[in-house]
Design a protein around this ligand. Structure first.
Ligand code: B1M
Length: 525
């Protein structure tokens, strides 16, 4: 194994920087997030890599061959195999979770020959250098568990952590091995010597692509082989001729510069060692199906969308933080700001207001905050809701129906109930709000008088839940059971309780309560 190459820290061969490699480069584990572009040049010598596509789809280029990769695909790549993940030009996201490990110190006698696959426990059935499979959801969660365990062992480094990592890794290889036999296919294998030659040629392209004078002949000379031999091997292993590969590589770099810099097309042509501007335009449009300027325009747009997305996330987290501090005025302003910046009302509700309220709830439970803090937070939530409410209503589909809602007798909690009411209104239902501390008879009397199809009962206390049973009994007693349905909800309520009292429907949250109410209204109208 080529340790010198492995230690090369040139930008093309950058080592991910999130965590330091451990124990003599034995093992490295990370997650790679790619916001917009390819993360190329991931290959390393002396390391085996296990990678799993956790999100999105893209291209895994292995030895110049493009393999479409998608969520749930898992790859095991042998040392010395140049490979890289790319987003497809449609964009989107691609998240790949990886473990890189050096088998050398673990399997001392076995790995001098990079074609020796014994340490991978039969993953590479037919001497291939890359094995891959698409995992089903069960095996995916097994593998994710193993990734998590390995990451945890590496970061915590408790006693015997290295042995644990080894054990998890072995288990992972065994699990993957089971699936690879039913995999799509394996990349073909090549004799080590041929592979080494082409790998060196590929690396030379990476390092010297800006030089116009880079030719197959020049590389062949440095590798001490004949031009025809290199040309033949190159085509055999990468599936493309040297000149095609070099051209595509340069175009790829040009794309990167178009996305990441303000360089002019003329400057990019020079930076990438391309022949001239007209041939760049020609090749670019053949390969990318668009012009360089349109490509740049589109990627700027995509970046802006990402930036806006990030800004919205910041505003939402500030809404949550300010709500927790009870800063009602600021919350109100920030809800407006989030709307102005294009945030979806439901996201402002869930990721801003409700997120903050949940934190306060947890703290209240743990005696980290007390009633006054909860009250000011609730007030801030209501102020935010004043701004949000009409927008939630707008974003909901209109549906006809009438319901009454209230918090049951003995219970004064109304934040959740108000939220359910707003979502009901958002769905276009007419809502009669009976407030808090509502006796069973009041629910039924109102429903009959107002012509409601559904009674919505909210309870937050275990001591008041039983009033809901009284509501069901009162509806029965009034002889309107077939015309009026009873819905129940609130933190202590669950489906079992709903069934036990004979109510018609239970939902966990305000949004699903609104959907269910619409369906119930339809069923009795
Ligand atoms: Co009270 N409180 N509280 N409290 N309080 C809880 C509920 C509690 C869990 C706190 C705790 O100990 N961890 C606990 C209840 C324990 C239990 O019975 N299991 C509790 C207690 C004990 C009390 C007092 C008894 C405290 C005391 O005085 N010693 C007292 C009771 C007063 C009374 O009601 N008689 C009391 C008082 C108060 C305040 C007045 C200070 C305040 C209420 C302010 C107000 O509502 N205007 C308050 C608050 C704010 C809470 C917590 C912190 C937050 C509740 C809330 O608004 N959550 C709560 C702790 C917690 O939840 N972690 C707690 C946010 C709200 C959006 O969620 O209401 O669950 P929630 O609504 C959800 C879902 O449940 C669902 O949709 C909503 C979200 O999408 N949903 C439905 C609700 N109704 C639905 C109906 C549906 C469908 C879904 O269909 C019809």
């Amino acid at each position: 194994m080529n340790r010198e190459m492995y230690k090369d820290d040139s930008p093309h061969r950058r080592r991910p920087s999130k965590k330091e490699p451990i124990c003599c480069d034995q093992l490295y584990c990370d997650r790679v997030y790619s916001p917009d572009l390819s993360f190329a040049h991931l290959h390393r010598d002396a390391l085996v890599e296990i990678s799993m596509v956790c999100k999105g789809s893209g291209i895994h280029r292995v030895l110049g061959q493009a393999i479409p990769c998608e969520e749930g695909d898992i790859y095991v790549v042998l040392p010395n195999i140049p490979h890289a993940y790319f987003l497809t030009e449609q964009g989107g996201t691609l998240e790949v979770r990886r473990i890189l490990f050096d088998v050398d110190p673990w399997f001392d006698s076995d790995v001098k020959n990079p074609d020796n696959t014994r340490f991978c426990y039969g993953v590479f059935g037919d001497n291939a250098q890359v094995a891959y499979a698409t995992l089903n959801s069960n095996s995916r969660s097994d593998i994710c568990f193993l990734f998590d365990s390995i990451e945890r062992e590496i970061s915590e480094r408790q006693n015997e952590w290295a042995d644990c990592v080894r054990a998890y890794l072995s288990l992972m290889l065994v699990t993957i091995g089971r699936y690879v036999s039913s995999a799509k296919k394996n990349i073909r294998s090549f004799p080590p010597k041929e592979l080494e030659i082409v790998t060196k040629a590929l690396r030379a392209i990476e390092q010297h692509f800006p030089e116009c004078s880079l030719t197959l002949e020049r590389i062949a000379r440095t590798l001490y082989i004949s031009d025809p031999k290199l040309s033949r091997l190159f085509k055999k292993i990468t599936g493309r001729s040297f000149s095609e590969y070099l051209r595509d590589f340069r175009i790829e770099q040009a794309c990167r510069l178009l996305r990441e810099t303000d360089l002019t097309v003329e400057e990019i042509v020079i930076e990438c060692g391309l022949r001239d501007v007209p041939s760049f335009y020609r090749n670019f449009s053949i390969q990318m199906n668009t012009t360089p300027s349109k490509y740049r325009e589109l990627s700027v747009k995509k970046q802006n969308i990402n930036i806006i997305g990030e800004r919205i996330m910041i505003v939402l987290s500030e809404i949550s933080a300010n709500l927790q501090k009870g800063k009602a005025k600021i919350v109100k302003e920030m809800v407006q700001q989030a709307l102005d910046e294009g945030a979806a009302p439901i996201d402002i509700l869930n990721q801003g207001l409700l997120d903050g309220m949940n934190v306060i709830g947890e703290k209240f439970k743990n005696n980290e905050v007390y009633v006054p803090e909860v009250l000011v937070a609730a007030r801030a939530m209501n102020m935010g809701m004043q701004i949000l409410k009409p927008h939630l209503a707008e974003s909901g589909a209109k549906a006809k129906g009438k319901v009454c809602i209230g918090t049951v007798q003995g219970d004064l909690h109304d934040i959740g109930k108000n939220l359910v009411r707003m979502m009901l209104e958002g769905k276009g239902l007419e809502v009669v709000d009976l407030g808090v501390d509502v006796p069973a008879e009041k629910f039924v009397q109102t429903a009959i008088e107002e012509g409601c199809q559904v009674i919505c009962c909210s309870a937050l206390l275990t001591t008041t839940m039983n009033v809901m049973a009284e509501v069901v009994k009162a509806v029965d007693a009034a002889g309107v059971r077939d015309k009026i349905k009873v819905m129940v909800g609130g933190a202590p309520v669950n489906q079992d309780f709903c069934d036990s009292i004979g109510a018609d429907c239970y939902t966990t949250d305000a949004a699903s309560a609104a959907d269910a109410a619409v369906a119930l209204c339809k069923s009795v109208m």
